[in-house]
Design a protein around this ligand. Structure first.
Ligand SMILES: [Zn+2]
Length: 675
């Protein structure tokens, strides 16, 4: 989903505040013991180790469907849907007409007496539930009449019949006379049309440009709801914030449009000779072998009828996409079109393409869109999972940014870092949730959070950090240190948690809680708790095991626990299920036996409910420094941690979390400076 506008205001980097200037206190062993007891007595702490580290975090044991190690179990099943669609885009009346055949395979062990479908266009109706769920309710926005069903038929056991169905908001239920047995097939034939929403569609719309309208067509066909072992039928209505949860299968679709339009869609174009000129086919072949962006249709050709294979009537563009949850497409006669090869691990290739109007041309704008797309796909493929589809399209429009498998709709006026980051983000969704097929309608963090996390590192990697570090509406919007910027949300008693239902998160908290907090949580796991090697191994294993499947949140938590070999329940509980605050405080620093050469005994108190492993740094007067990494086990029994740091000479300063990497609510109590 889209990002907020980049906030270019940069905060001052927070430095640790030095509250105390102490003369080093040198004490005898007996006096030290006494002093520790005094410290413990004087500390006011909200921290309860037994609560944070309580066992039995997972309410259920692993099953044969969702294993205890977080992987799909030996009896994991998933239903399959293949779609055949023939659509026509009537650009005069702004109506999309379509003939759909759904081939549904019930791989579940259950006989299904009824089927549920998502009919998302109904979200634009005047009486749709989506008009009432936010604080914008009551604002007069334009509407459509939603889906108009001309016929709905079922084909079962070689017989065909009119379907008995109801439509309730954005769901359609088909009631079967004879249940669909376990492992059975059924076909649905649906003829329908709908009025394409204008700009108010937000994710699917049309808008004007100098050389013609741009259509962004998505959520355009009735799609099967997921039936799974966690919820049964997942029938949450489409309100707008919670996105999609869809089954995998193959989608064969064709789009008939006026002769002068270019259609750019998910998946492979299978009839190029019918819809492209010989020159365009040859340029596409060059692009497949080029790391540099190649023009397929340039700015001068946009208004030249010779750039189309015929001069009247319509053309039908035919696409196929395999193993996908969805397809979307853009259509316009205003499109400039360019492309470049994507190099994937193992010598595989894909093709990155951009379509945009002349208004978006420019070296600081869409002329680099294909480069951004290509490099993002190459990075995510190398790092996490190989991009599985032959084509990826970056389409300029007003929906920007919105993601679908193999195609993203990005902002027509975006430039520079905004265009890079929206491109990386929206194509990043092809990993979460297009490859790892989580339920984004319920669990936004597995969609926006995971994607924002991989974007942080993609941004560092792109063109030697040209747009790094990632700081935008999704991640540390003030432009400063994420560990500081997250703190107001930890302190805010009204803030929802990461696990709050996607549609129950208000706009104020949508980016902070669905993108920023989970992404920074994974950064904490990778950088502070597990380290790169263990995090990457466990996360990659999670991605590979759940690619093209349906993981639940617990599958992710269990995958990380098992793959990294760590009971992280304290972290899931503190960071994901709650907004527990962290406040570490340096409360003592004393030389052993008054002698700097024997080392320094350091005491850190945990003053609030969260725990974290932490680093303490001692700077010595001779200019050297010592660091100690203290594991989270320091907080398993006590709210005070005492340990020794090797020192060789007198100290200048001691500080907890010297890199300001932890979301410590009060850095003012983290350090001492010695006179
Ligand atoms: Zn997103």
């Amino acid at each position: 989903m889209y990002i907020a506008l980049l906030n270019t205001q940069h905060f001052m980097k927070t430095k640790f505040i030095v509250p105390l200037f102490l003369t080093i206190i040198t004490l005898s062993a007996e006096a030290q013991r006494k002093r520790k007891a005094e410290i413990a007595d004087t500390i006011v702490s909200n921290y309860q180790p037994a609560d944070l580290f309580a066992p039995m975090f997972y309410p259920e044991k692993g099953t044969e469907i969702h294993s205890a190690n977080g992987e799909p179990g030996p009896k994991y099943w998933q239903n399959r849907v293949d779609y055949h669609l023939k659509a026509a885009n009537d650009t005069v009346n702004k109506v999309l007409t379509s003939d759909e055949v759904i081939d549904y395979t019930n791989n579940s062990p259950d006989a299904l007496q009824y089927l549920w479908l998502q009919v998302d266009q109904n979200t634009y109706k005047k009486d749709a539930r989506s008009n009432f769920y936010t604080d914008f309710a009551g604002v007069q926005t334009p509407h459509t009449d939603g889906y108009q069903f001309e016929s709905v038929n079922i084909e079962q056991d070689k017989g065909s019949a009119k379907a008995d169905f109801i439509v309730t908001d954005t769901r359609m239920q088909i009631r079967l006379a004879k249940a669909l047995p376990a492992h059975g097939h059924i076909k649905l034939h649906i003829k329908y049309h709908y009025t394409i929403p204008a700009a108010f569609g937000a994710r699917t719309d049309y808008s004007d440009t100098k050389n013609g309208k741009i259509y962004e067509i998505a959520q355009w066909f009735p799609r099967m709801c997921v039936y799974d072992a966690s919820q049964g039928w997942d029938t949450l209505p489409f309100l707008g914030s919670g996105e999609f949860y869809l089954e995998y299968g193959d989608i064969d679709y064709s789009v008939t449009a006026p002769w002068d339009m270019i259609v750019a869609g998910s998946g492979e174009l299978v009839n190029p000779t019918e819809v492209l000129t010989a020159k365009q086919i040859s340029r596409l072949a060059s692009a497949r072998n080029s790391d540099k962006t190649i023009m397929i249709r340039d700015a001068n050709e946009v208004t030249d009828p010779a750039s189309r294979p015929k001069r009247s009537g319509t053309l039908t563009w035919h696409f196929k996409m395999f193993n996908t949850r969805d397809v979307a497409f853009g259509a316009s006669k205003a499109y400039i079109w360019d492309a470049a090869r994507v190099n994937l691990p193992g010598g595989k290739k894909s093709l990155a393409m951009s379509v945009y109007p002349v208004e978006s041309v420019g070296d600081t704008a869409w002329s680099r869109a294909t480069e951004y797309l290509k490099k993002s796909i190459e990075y995510f493929s190398e790092k996490w999972f190989v991009y599985p589809w032959p084509v990826a399209v970056n389409e300029a429009g007003i929906a920007g940014g919105m993601e679908y498998p193999g195609i993203v709709f990005d902002g027509i006026t975006d430039k520079k870092a905004d265009l890079y980051s929206v491109t990386a983000h929206e194509i990043g969704h092809n990993w979460f949730p297009m490859i790892v097929g989580s339920d984004e309608r319920r669990y936004a963090f597995m969609d926006e959070g995971f994607n924002t996390f991989i974007d942080i590192y993609a941004s560092d990697n792109f063109n030697k950090g040209e747009y790094a570090p990632k700081r935008d509406g999704e991640y540390a919007p003030g432009g400063g240190n994420p560990a500081d910027e997250i703190i107001p949300y930890l302190l805010d008693p009204n803030a929802p948690t990461i696990m709050t239902a996607a549609d129950a998160v208000t706009e104020k908290y949508r980016h902070p809680m669905e993108y920023f907090k989970p992404a920074f949580g994974l950064v904490l796991l990778r950088e502070q708790i597990l380290g790169h090697d263990r995090f990457d191994y466990a996360f990659r294993n999670y991605i590979h095991k759940w690619a093209f499947k349906h993981p639940q949140p617990e599958d992710f938590f269990r995958s990380m626990d098992n793959g990294a070999g760590e009971d992280l329940s304290w972290f899931w509980k503190g960071w994901f299920y709650n907004n527990l605050r962290l406040d570490l405080s340096l409360v003592g620093a004393e030389y052993i036996n008054n002698d700097p050469k024997q080392g320094m005994k350091v005491t850190v108190a945990n003053l609030d409910q969260m725990a974290m492993p932490f680093t303490v740094e001692v700077k010595l007067k001779d200019g050297t420094k010592q660091r100690v990494n203290v594991p989270v086990e320091a907080w398993m029994q006590n709210n005070i941690a005492t340990f020794v740091i090797q020192t060789t000479s007198a100290a200048k300063s001691v500080v907890v979390d010297p890199d300001n990497a932890l979301p410590d609510a009060n850095r003012g109590n983290n350090g001492f400076m010695f006179k």
